[in-house]
Design a protein around this ligand. Sequence first.
Ligand code: NAD
Length: 360
Amino acid sequence: MVHNVTLIRGDGVGPELAAVTKDVLDATGVKFNWDIVDAGVDIVEKEGTPLPQKVLDSIKKNKVAIKAPITTPIGTGFRSVNVALRKKLDLFACLRPAKTYPGVRTKYQNIDLVVVRENTEDLYAGIEFEVGKPETKNIISAIEKESKKTILKDSAISIKPISRTNSERIIRFAFDYAVKEGRKKVTSVTKANIMKFTDGLFYEVGREVAKDYKGKVEYEERLIDNMCMQLVQKPEIYDVMVLPNLYGDILSDLCAGLAGGLGVAPGGNFGKDIAVFEAVHGSAPKYKGMNKVNPTALILSGVMMLHYLGEIEAAKKLEAAVTKVIKEGKSVTYDMKPQRDDPTAVGTKEMGQAIIKAMG
Ligand code: NAD
């Protein structure tokens, strides 16, 4: 079977990572019909936007995409291309596994955590009011009237919507993922002791949804501050975690750190029938064009994509090859060496070639 997949080259180190990841995925033997498209700051001059309609159309048509990182542009009217993409395609779930591979330099061994982050609402909804603007003053007056609380006039305001509908679909996604992957527990993480109505609703929905999975998957709740400490002290007791947008963003970086850093942290964004796979890290502009950064995170996002496409054998083969190369520690990029200036570090392309060779 040939899979139609959109490959978004991104900007910064994106195009280098996209090229290597494509070569590695092709080398698995799985047949892809790639639609290679560009998005990001490098095309703004030519296209007038960092996110051209043809990119969205291609993803909508193919339903599956793998995306290299994109810089958040300043002054184009886009808060973030990545956030815009998630919103426009209603990619409501962000899945970020954090797993230690032997050979990765990290203080922790045997990390196997999965962060499921809500992608569409919360403080990321982009509903903000700038300090001193007339509309901000109106909002402040209205809130003061309704809440009987005082807000300083020189405040900026951000709105945090948490809906029953979106909470339910992300929590169900987390439970369904746990069932499918044979995982034992879903932990819902918020700050509901303080945000009783928004985060409180997230917990309330969690308890309702958990009833449908009783006997199959355990459900528990943790406060985000406590969760950060517990993950550092005893990460082995956690499994799948489900969180509203902002907490999910922060906690997934924490988990990536436990598992060895951004260089090895993959991810996927899922909508009803669309999936876009991407590394957790950004476009690292200072390394652009240097053939230097680690391709592992995007390649492991490719492993997630192979699973999604039902190409399980190829996914296992590729993950085993990545594991072998990392464990050997020879053909790896600078960030995986004991010293960052190690002269034996290889480039992005060379690490990709070593992974292809390791697949046999
Ligand atoms: P970043 O992840 O791009 O880089 C931070 C640092 O992490 C780099 O300087 C580098 O030292 C290291 N690093 C990142 N990726 C690496 C890799 N593959 N191999 C080795 N080292 C790596 O974060 P940033 O500098 O905060 O963001 C740069 C731009 O990327 C910003 O515009 C940001 O908004 C954007 N961004 C995009 C995405 C995305 O496309 N999904 C995600 C995060 C940030």
